[in-house]
Design a protein around this ligand. Sequence first.
Ligand code: HEC
Ligand code: HEC
Length: 204
Amino acid sequence: MLKTRTLATVLLGAGLAFTIVPVASAADANSLAEKCGECHGKDGNSSNPKVPNIAGYSTKYIEDALMDYKEGERPGLKFKKEDGTETDMVEIAKKLSEEDIKTIADYYSRQTFKSHAAEQETDPKLVARGEKLFKRKCKKCHTDFGTDPEDDAGILGGQWMEYLRHQFEMFASGEREMPKKMKKKFRKLKKEDYEAIIHALGSK
Ligand code: HEC
Ligand code: HEC
C-alpha cells in the first residue's frame, strides 16, 4: 500500500497519476458466485427447495430475471440465510451492476443443471395427468418438459417443486408477470391442474 502511494505521489508530480487511479472494478465471477452460492449452490444447484437451481440456464434468462428483480418488476421471496439474516432477490439484484449481471449470468449458464427428481416425492397419477396437460398447453415454449435452456424460459423439468409452486401462485395472483401468450394458456388451467403439472415437472 505504502509503495503504491509513494509511486502515486511520484506520478502525480509527473502529471501521470491517471495511470494508477483505481477504477471501480466489476466483481469477478468467482467472488459473485461465492455470494449467490450461499443459497443457490456455488455450482448453481440448490439444496433448499425454496431456492431454484439456476445452473445451465441461458444467459438471457438469468440477465432478464435479475433485471426484473433489480427494477422491482418481479417480487422475491423473503429468505432467511444460515446466519439468520433475511433478504430477497430484489435486495440482492439492486446491488449488482449491469456488468456484474453479465458476468454472473455467463458463469451460471456454463454450470450443469442437476435434476432433483430423485429427492422429491411425486404421485404417478398426478405426473401422468400433468404430462398430458403440459404437452397440450406448455410445450410449445418449454421444450422437453422445460429442460432446454435455449427456450430462454428457465429450466422447469427437475426443478424444486416448492419453488415451482410459489411461481404458479405468483403467476395466478398476478404478482409475477408472464408473457401474454403464456397467460392465455395459464388462465385456462384449474387449480388442481397446477399441482398435476408441478408433479410432472418435479419428476423429470
Ligand atoms: C439469500 C438467498 C439467496 C441469495 C444469496 C441469492 N439468491 Fe437468487 N433466489 C433466491 C430465492 C429464494 C429465489 C426464488 C424467489 C421466489 O421464489 O420468488 C431466487 C431466484 C433467483 C433467480 C430466478 C430463477 C428463476 O428460475 O426464475 C435468479 C436468476 C437468481 N435467483 C440469481 C441469483 C444470483 C445471480 C445471485 C447472486 C448475485 C443470487 N441469486 C443470490 C435466493 C437467493
Ligand atoms: C408462448 C410461450 C409460452 C407458453 C405457451 C408457456 N410459457 Fe411459461 N414461460 C415462457 C417464457 C418466455 C418464460 C420466461 C419469461 C418470464 O419469466 O417472464 C416462462 C416462464 C415460466 C415459468 C417460470 C420459470 C422460472 O424459472 O421461474 C413457469 C413455471 C412456466 N413458464 C410455466 C408454464 C406453464 C405451466 C405453461 C402451460 C400452461 C406455460 N408456461 C406456457 C413462455 C411460455
